[in-house]
Design a protein around this ligand. Sequence first.
Ligand SMILES: [Zn+2]
Length: 356
Amino acid sequence: MTQIPTEPIGSIPRPAYLQEAMKAFSKSEIKESELNTLFEKATLETIKELEATGSPVISDGEQSKPSFATYPIHGYPHLAADGVVIPFADGHTRQLPKITAGPFRYQTFASSYLEKAKRYTLLPVKQAVIAVSAISLLYPPEGIDGYAQAQFIVDLLDEAEKDIRKCLIGGAYNVQIDFTEARLALKLDPSKQLLNAFIELNNKVLDRFTEDERRRIGVHTCPGGDHDSTHSADIPYSELLPLLFKLKAGSFYLEYAAEKEKQSVLKSIKENLQPGQRVFLGVTDVLNPRIETAEEISELLIEASRIIPLNQLGSTDDCGFSPFADDISTARNIAFSKIKARVDGTALAEKKLNSR
Ligand SMILES: [Zn+2]
């Protein structure tokens, strides 16, 4: 009996009432306790809707995460606004903050989200954490007086290890490291030095876990969806995948549905996937509002199974549906419909493959 596991990436667009409350809170118009009540309400509603899609593994939809990348530093007292700028294809940018003093400590660990989510569901909950490579970008190139970059990295690796370990101990079904800057690194530095440095840094964290633990740790990468635009979709996968699979993780959640040259992506995955690793292919395009049919998703997976061994194949969405809290470009109901299509399409592929 063939089984194709299916999992979400993480984020779901926040409901309008939560968007409004977050804005009101930023202007000091409502109290933090009021905002927290609405975070709870949105988390509960999101979990119930995810359960209703039939998804065997769920997330909290990241309703209360400030963003997939910045939750650890939310409230860090030594921050300045003018950090690294990430340019997107449609011309918009996201600017990361930079730190101005040490010692660097995470203000929030992802396990705090997991703890809350587990109160609302009996289903397995996956928890996303940010890659250490992304947080490493917060150290300014000009340096910090009295806090050397080397010491920052030592502190950061300890914090990132804690971030993952607390989720594993807290009962996460698995932990997904969001490594969305992988393909961007190739765009910023075609010599691949930056990507290699990122992978080396992430492996320093992964090395701190046993092989058993690493089976519950995965990596997500994509061309960086935000406001329906990407930052690095023009970089071919074949440049990225040979290096990506060097990460010592058990699962890889890859953007795939929006890829044009699918055959060459599959070939590259097959060539580079290591024994014991599983690849979860994105079967829903999160940047396109059209809802895929279960039939076309099952065809996509059956086609993939001709190249990738079935016991190393799974399905997922191309990305989270709203990685930044203020991104409402994909409506909430579209996200749930796409997730349902993924769950149904994956079950259909299983059924067809088993009846052969
Ligand atoms: Zn993504």
